[in-house]
Design a protein around this ligand. Structure first.
Ligand SMILES: Cc1cc2nc3c(=O)[nH]c(=O)nc-3n(C[C@H](O)[C@H](O)[C@H](O)COP(=O)(O)O)c2cc1C
Length: 150
């Protein structure tokens, strides 16, 4: 069974609602043939990534960069996964209160270095997530999981 790994840093209700929507989308009954595994970014490691067929990464942008927990995740997995996960499908969501630019650029740089393959547009939310924002998160999870079928 293909496995989707969701690596997330969820320090607030806004991010919790986004994370929950991603997991609910990926866990839709129509996608029952995909195993969904969630790991907090501060606990995720190389084995989690090596055992995954696709990854969703999500969390806040703080101080103009990816939150430290997300950076820590990438720091942990970068070299152990560098040659083993070329082409790994990934998608991502970011949350902040005003400007996500630095986080978006960092994510692009890191995933380009890893040679992962973006399979969904980045979901970017500032402020309180709207219903449309949460629907976009749901779709992100569902579409990334669906990509593992067939
Ligand atoms: C130290 C700190 C730095 C932050 N820097 C940014 C930033 O550069 N850009 C941004 O859009 N939001 C920034 N934020 C807001 C966080 O991304 C936001 O608090 C987080 O996504 C959780 O959302 P919430 O505060 O609405 O619950 C910062 C928050 C903190 C605590």
């Amino acid at each position: 069974m293909p496995r989707l790994l969701v690596v997330h840093h969820t320090p607030s209700p806004a991010l919790h609602s986004m994370f929950t929507s991603v997991v609910e989308g990926a866990s839709d009954p129509a996608l029952a043939d995909v195993e969904v595994v969630s790991r907090p970014a501060l606990t995720a490691g190389p084995v989690d990534v090596l055992e995954a067929d696709a990854v969703v990464v999500g969390g806040p942008v703080n101080l103009g960069y990816l939150a430290g927990a997300i950076k820590h995740f990438f720091d942990q997995i970068y070299y152990p996964c560098l040659d083993e996960t070329v082409g790994l499908p990934f998608a991502a969501y970011l949350h902040g209160n005003d400007d996500l630019t630095g986080g978006r650029i960092a994510l692009e740089r890191i995933t380009t270095g890893l040679r992962w393959r973006s399979v969904q547009p980045l979901v970017e939310v500032t402020g309180a997530p709207s219903n449309d924002d949460l629907a976009a998160c749901w779709e992100l999870g569902a579409a990334t999981a669906a990509g593992l079928l067939g």
